[in-house]
Design a binder for this molecule. Structure first.
Ligand code: ZN
Length: 112
């Protein structure tokens, strides 16, 4: 049984990031509710870019939350640390680097 990273803390941190970014995105949308006029407003391109940047970060944070939730479920059902592709143990070093991964290196690359 590989050592389990502190998934509860990682999940809590990812959730907090998602909440913070969601609020930031909402504020940006509220602040630009009249619609950023990217073509005519000199600030428009900047606002549009900022919204896209925060939206991208929000999506990644949400994906992280899902990944840590899935990893937490795998700990509960005893499959954490086992590759979902080939069933072999995922090396501890890989789990330390990517705590939410469910694939060994070989399967992660062949899945792409
Ligand atoms: Zn594998």
């Amino acid at each position: 049984m590989p050592t389990t990273p502190d998934l509860a803390s990682l999940l809590a941190a990812a959730r907090q990031r998602a909440v913070d970014l969601g609020l930031e995105l909402r504020d940006l949308k509220t602040a630009t509710a009249d619609g950023p006029d990217d073509e005519h407003d000199p600030e428009g391109a900047t606002i549009g870019f900022e919204r896209a940047r925060v939206a991208g970060m929000f999506e990644r944070a949400c994906a992280e939350v899902s990944a840590f939730e899935a990893a937490t479920r795998r700990v509960r059902n005893g499959t954490y640390g086992h590759c979902a592709g080939c069933g072999q143990s995922v090396p501890v070093e890989r789990l330390e680097a990517l705590p939410a991964t469910d694939r060994c290196v070989a399967c992660a690359y062949s899945a792409d």
